[in-house]
Structures are given as C-alpha cells and as structure tokens.
Design a protein. Structure first.
Length: 440
C-alpha cells in the first residue's frame, strides 16, 4: 500500500506572505550591510547596493514564476530537481541550506549584541542561544500562529525603520557621506557585494512556505512584489541616511549601527536612543523567526525526497510542524555560535558563507527557469516572469558576477563551501541516488 507523503497545512494569506518576505530579510537593514563600508566606502557600497537591487528585482519577478508554478516546500531544491534532475536538486538544496542555516546564527549573535548595547552586563553568546530556544519553540506551535507573530513583529520593524529615518534625516550632512567615499576604488565595490546582498538575502524563503499558502496563484505574487518594494525603500533610506550622520568609519565594524547612529545624532543618554535600541530588536526577531521557518521547511522537503534521513520529514502529531527539522536547525545554529565564540571570529564570516549559498542558489534557480521553459512549455504558469528572457538573464548574470567576487575576496570560505558540496555529491553518486527520476 502506498504511503502518502507528509503534507503541510494551508493557512497563509497574501499579507502573511508579505510579512514573511519582509520579515525574512529586514534584519539586513539593521546590521551587517555596514561592513560593506569598511571595504568600499559609502559611494562604493551605494554602487554595489544599486547593482544588487537590480539583481533582486529581476530575480524576484523571475523566481515568482517558479514559486507559483511549483508551490512546494522544497522551493529552489524542487525547481532544480524538476528541471535538472537529482544532481541539480542536490546543489540547490545544499546552497539553500547553507544560506539559511548560517544566516540565522549571525542574526542571533546580532540580537545578543543589541541587548549588550542596552545592558552591558548581558552576555552576547548566552542571549543568542536563548533566542534559538525561544523561537524554535514558537515555530513548533504551527505555521498560522507563527505567521501571525511574524506579521505583528514585521509591521513593528518596518515602522521602526521609518521612525529611524525620520529621526536621523535632519542630522544628515552630505559632506559626511561624501568624505573619502570610495577609498578602495572599483575593487572595493566588488568586495562589498556580499554585504549589499545582505540587504535582501532570504526573500526567496517565501518559496518554502508556498505549500502552506491559500490560493498560491494570487497570494504568492502579491507577497513577493510588495515585499521587494518595501525592502528597496528601506534599504536605500537606512544606508544613505546613516552615512551622513558621522564619519562612516565609526559605524563600519559594529553589530548595532542604527542605535549608534541615533546615539550620535541625539546623544547616547537620550531616552529615544535607548528606546530605539530596545525596539530595534523587532527587526532582528522578525528575520530570525522567519528564517527558522524557512530552513525547517527546506530540511523537511529534502528529507521527504530522501535527500536527508526520512525522520526529518515527520510532522508533529498535534501541531503539524516539522519538529525534527526544527531541532536539527537548532543544533547547527547553536553549534555555529559556540564555534564562532571559541575562535573569537566576527559574524561577517557567517554573513559571507550565507551569501555564498544564496548566490549559488540564485544561479541554479535561474538556470532551472530557462530549462523548464523549454522542457515543460505546457506547465501551468499562473505568474509569468515579465520581460522574459531579459529579467532572468540579468539576475543570472549579476549573480554570477557576485559569486566570482565573493570567491575572489573570500577564498578560504569558498574552498570550504565547494569542498563540502563535492563530498556530498560523491556520497550521493556512490549511493546511487543520482539515478532517481524527478517526481515533483
């Protein structure tokens, strides 16, 4: 007797998907991007951000075609599996897991740093681990409950960024922004690309809850398009206004650039500075919580197709959430934090590793789009990528340029990333799983 594959519950509307799209990403507006100033200066980082914004606009409009055509929790893994076969699915699944699993501890560490800014006695590492415990449990309770939480916290985070821009705008000075604005020339622009990507990284995680969306043909495009529009406005506004507050070098190597900016503008003892640092946790919490949702669905989907141990595809009998997948992500994240703490490494290493996975996934997703257009012309496509083939080609080209730049400036991390992928592929072929026919 055939045993049906585990299926997730449909509970998400367009507003939930918008909140997840923005929530997944919005921590990138709070920290991480400022490391780009350290390698490129303000104008260099601005050029990198504009290029990456074009990449993401083209990517999101193209990726939405895949998500609505194949609304599956596997997301990029499923598209590559259907288009390119088992090896393509393995590469996409691996890249997506690296992106999501290593973005999360970086955000957890930033949460600890924000609390440490408010209360210096608070231990950053213990706070980061505590966040993992709390938000893994929240994700266990069910996707609708989780999405309602995401919606509330995302709205608060967006409002906070708008308030931040309103507070610092009167203190913006163009001479600060333009001072020594491109100290490393065009080489700095390429070095800044991974930090510009951090502004938008993980928006594609909406694909991993597509299986849980109500009326996905309509709700997914709305969620994606409103999400990217929101993020473009916030990213450019936050970066430009912050760059005019003081000498940008003072903000280029810390994990809490926004409360520091307000502290410079209003004074660190100002009540608004402390208030902002406190509610600044909303944006970090929104992304942290949403990415946990994303990686648990990717692990679940890979296990459901026997790419990972099958027990990881089991759903909790009461909450219908992938509890084993959540636990594995928890272990990887906490382990990463402890390793980072032991070696006294900065979180920019995790950011680069996460971005490396993301860019590799963008490349294989756009290739999958082109292949599926030829391979399955009759596939129902509720949303058609506009300006095809130009949008997906631009996304593919810019993603490839970003990948080359990341490899060039981060050679050790790149060797680790690709060596691990090679080992997985060898094991995959040795087990004969590369002969599996796509069924999704």
């Amino acid at each position: 007797m055939h045993t049906p594959k585990p299926a997730l519950k449909k509970a998400l509307s367009a507003i939930h998907l918008w909140a997840i799209a923005v929530g997944l990403v919005i921590s990138g507006e709070y920290f991480g991007w400022n490391y780009g100033w350290g390698v490129a200066g303000t104008i260099g980082m601005l050029i990198a951000t504009i290029a990456v914004t074009v990449l993401y606009v083209c990517f999101v409009f193209s990726f939405t075609e895949l998500t609505t055509s194949i609304p599956n929790a596997g997301g990029p893994f499923t598209y590559a599996f259907k288009a390119l076969g088992p090896i393509g699915g393995l590469i996409a699944g691996y890249a997506t897991l690296i992106e999501f699993l290593f973005a999360t501890p970086a955000i957890a560490y930033a949460l600890g740093s924000y609390l440490h800014f408010l209360y210096p006695s608070v231990n950053v590492t213990f706070t980061a681990i505590g966040c993992y415990v709390v938000f893994t449990l929240i994700n266990l309770l069910g996707v609708k409950e989780s999405a309602v939480f995401t919606l509330i916290i995302t709205i608060l985070a967006v409002l906070e960024l708008l308030v931040f821009m309103g507070i610092v705008a009167p203190h913006f000075q163009l001479q600060n922004f333009m001072h020594n604005n491109m100290p490393f020339g065009w080489a700095g622009v390429f070095a800044a690309l991974p930090f510009a990507i951090w502004f938008y990284l993980a928006i594609e995680g909406v694909a991993m809850v597509a299986e849980e969306a109500k009326d996905p043909k309509r709700t997914i495009p709305r969620g994606y398009i409103l999400g990217i529009a929101t993020l473009v406005l916030l990213a450019l506004g936050v970066m430009i206004l912050s760059g005019g507050i003081t000498d940008w070098k003072n903000l280029s190597a810390i994990d809490y650039p926004l409360p520091e900016s307000i502290g410079i503008a209003l004074g660190k003892d100002n009540s608004l500075t402390k208030l902002f640092a406190g509610i600044g946790l909303f944006g970090l919490v929104a992304s942290f919580h949403s990415i946990i949702t994303g990686y648990s669905r990717q692990i679940f989907a890979l296990a459901r197709e026997n790419y990972l141990p099958s027990f990881l595809s089991k759903l909790h009998p009461r909450f219908k959430t992938p509890h084993w997948a959540l636990l594995v992500g928890f272990v990887v994240g906490v382990g990463s934090i402890l390793i980072l703490n032991f070696f006294e490494k900065k979180i920019d290493q995790l950011l680069v590793l996460s971005v490396l996975g993301a860019v590799a996934m963008y490349i294989i997703s756009m290739i999958s789009l082109f292949v599926l257009r030829k391979k399955e012309p009759m596939l129902e496509r509720p949303f058609i990528a506009p300006f095809y083939p130009y949008f997906p080609f631009i996304a593919l080209l810019l993603s490839t340029i970003c990948l080359i730049a990341i490899i060039y400036y981060n050679q050790l991390l790149s060797v680790i990333f690709f060596a691990a992928l090679l080992v997985l592929m060898m094991v995959f072929v040795a087990l004969g799983k590369h002969r599996k026919s796509p069924t999704v």
